[in-house]
Design a protein around this ligand. Structure first.
Ligand code: THU
Length: 124
């Protein structure tokens, strides 16, 4: 599955977003190395800060099926990932991040390009 196809999966998922407060519908799709694809949407909450991003939902779905960091190859999103999501992308060791530019083309980044000087919890 290429970047364009992953973003298309994200765009289809976005129709299921739960975003009654912002009305900004976001979808994401993550591709696991074993070929599985997990889709996610933003899920908002009346206590606004409690809402979660589409990227986080997709990763959480993969994690809950047993996927671990290093096993997710690529993510496609309908939005350029927010700052917090960039830390998630670092944690999960993605290789490729795709999203659609305003002009319709597909942007591709490595997580390190989106979040330089990354932070990890020091080893105990
Ligand atoms: N949002 C995402 O789901 N992903 C992003 O990378 C950007 C922001 C959501 C969060 C919130 O539900 C809505 O977009 C407006 O900020």
């Amino acid at each position: 599955m290429n970047g364009e196809e992953l973003v298309e999966r994200a765009e289809a998922a976005a129709e299921r977003a739960y975003a009654p407060y912002s009305n900004y519908l976001v979808g994401a799709a993550v591709l696991a190395r074993d070929g599985r694809v997990f889709e996610g949407v933003n899920v908002e909450n009346a206590a606004y800060p409690l809402g979660i991003c589409a990227e986080q939902t997709a990763i959480a779905k993969a994690a809950s099926e047993g996927i671990r960091p290093g096993e997710l190859e690529a993510i496609g999103s309908t939005a350029s990932p927010c700052g917090g999501c960039r830390q998630w992308l670092h944690e999960w060791r993605f290789e490729h991040v795709f999203f659609r530019n305003a002009d319709g083309t597909i942007a591709e980044y490595a997580p390190a390009d989106l979040l330089p000087d990354t932070w990890d919890l020091p080893e105990a």
